[in-house]
Structures are given as C-alpha cells and as structure tokens.
Design a protein around this ligand. Structure first.
Ligand SMILES: [Zn+2]
Length: 215
C-alpha cells in the first residue's frame, strides 16, 4: 500500500452575497496536498493575500519553491491571485497546463492528468468552461477515503440543498455543472468546496444531485 496522501486545509473559503449592494464578499479555499513524492497546492486566494498564504505554508514547513504542482481550479481572481510565488511548479490554470513559456497539451476529456500515486487533476467544467478538480485517493481522511478539491463546482456544502447558492455564484454551463457535481460526489468521500469547509458526502446528497439532473 502506498503511503497515505496528506490533505491539509490551509484556508477555508467563504462567500456572502449582499443583494442590496449587489456585491459579493468572497475568498477561496486553499488546500495543500503532500503526496508520496510531490507537494501540490490548490488555489491561491486573491492578490492581496500573499502574506496569509506564505504564513500558512510556512506553518506546514513548505516554502513556495518546494511546490511541484500549483492547481488553480479556474481563472477567477480569488483562486489564482498568487501564481507567481510558485515558480518551480507546473501550473494548472483550469485545464491550461504550463511551466514558464511551455504549454502542455493534455486531453482532459479522455483522461485525468496524473500528478502522483492516487492524485490526479480531473476536468470538471460548469462554473467555468475550463474548471478542474484535484482528486486525492488513499488520503489521510477517515478510512483512507477519497477527497475531491473542487474549486467552485461546489460553492459550499449548503449549495446541495439550495441550488441558488451555486447558480447565483455564476455558472457558465449549468447542465454540465450538474453532471459534474454528481460525478464528483459519486467518487468522493469528502469534498473541499471553493467557498466553505470540507464536508462528508452522504447518500442523501447523492440522491439530491441525481434528482437535480432530471429536472
Ligand atoms: Zn470562487
């Protein structure tokens, strides 16, 4: 059995809509994954959060140059605000994969992009047309469960029973997002959403997501 993949929530994202002022206060969840051979960071908050991010990484003994893969789940500013701190890492900006001026072609529709044993980047469009999620199997979660770190495929746990929360947060491809929400929930034991704490996937949630697809 491979060594377990350690998943650490560095920052818990949030979002609050203010209908009166037509504003949304939001920042993204940041997750650190220490797999067997690699250090992977998922999302980087806004450009104003450099110090918070560096401090959090340091508390887990990670320097920015130690990061091998930076996975920004999509190109919204609260998810990719600090990419230039991680110059030794291969960058994913959604499904766009690059290192310096080299851009790599990968057919995400066919296969996920494997980063290490039991760790892969999966194509999960919906919120934007190029969103990705990090799928971590054999994790440090209970029973070596699978953790999906999904950006804004799920806004927060509450959005499963209140669709307005993810739809009003913006969806470029609503039907596709519904399909990918179900697909991810079916393989994951836990989900780290873009703007809330990690939650456990229950049978009731999967049932609800299935019903949503047939609406
Ligand atoms: Zn977001």
């Amino acid at each position: 059995m491979n060594k377990k993949n350690q998943v650490i929530e560095l920052f818990t994202g949030y979002s609050y809509a203010n209908k009166e002022t037509q504003e949304m206060k939001a920042n993204a969840s940041v997750t650190l994954v220490k797999s067997e051979n690699k250090i992977i960071l998922v999302d980087t908050m806004t450009a104003w959060d450099k110090d918070v991010l560096l401090k959090q990484l340091k508390s887990y003994h990670v320097q920015p140059e130690d990061v091998n893969f930076l996975v920004c789940t999509h190109g919204h500013s609260d998810h990719c605000g600090n990419m230039n701190l991680f110059t030794n890492a291969t960058h994913f900006l959604g499904s766009c994969v690059s290192f310096r001026h080299l851009y790599y072609y990968h057919d995400f529709e066919k296969n996920p992009y494997v980063l290490d044993n039991d760790v892969e980047v999966m194509f999960t469009p919906g919120h934007t047309s190029t969103c990705v999620s990090l799928i971590v199997k054999n994790s440090t979660a209970e029973k070596n469960g699978t953790i999906a770190i999904v950006g804004d495929l799920f806004e927060k746990e509450e959005d499963i029973f209140d669709d307005s929360l993810w739809i009003e947060a913006g969806t470029e491809m609503e039907k596709m997002q519904r399909q990918n929400r179900l697909k991810v929930a079916e393989i994951a034991d836990f989900i780290v959403p873009g703007h809330g704490p990690k939650f456990k996937v229950t049978d009731e949630m999967i049932e609800k997501l299935r019903l949503d697809l047939h609406m």
